[in-house]
Design a protein around this ligand. Sequence first.
Ligand SMILES: [Zn+2]
Ligand SMILES: [Zn+2]
Length: 128
Amino acid sequence: MNCPKCEAAMEEKRFGTIKGTVMFDKCTGCNGFWFDTGEVEKIKDAWRPEFIDSGDPKVGKEFNKIRDINCPRCDTKMDQVTDPKQRHIQLETCKEHGVFMDAGEFIDYTNETVMDIFRDVVAILRGE
Ligand SMILES: [Zn+2]
Ligand SMILES: [Zn+2]
């Protein structure tokens, strides 16, 4: 799979949680993340600190400006979502397939806050 923002190759990564293995793709170019819908569901209850985004926030900010992207799974235009509580968290979602997040999007947050973000993302994907 290639990154919907910068078109570099994405690498599949995984980490173990009490709910099982969570898989995601990380871009080798801009360090953005792609999570399939089911994987986001697992992360919302099982965030692990070692997962914290290691990308360069400056690079992430540049790529955060690119918002007009297509879903890497189905190639249709993704919805642009801004977290209502934390307006600088801007994500792109495909209701069918998952969510794209830029590098550094989480760098300022505690684990607890990040789990809240994932809960909100799950709600968005479900259309709640
Ligand atoms: Zn990229
Ligand atoms: Zn899609």
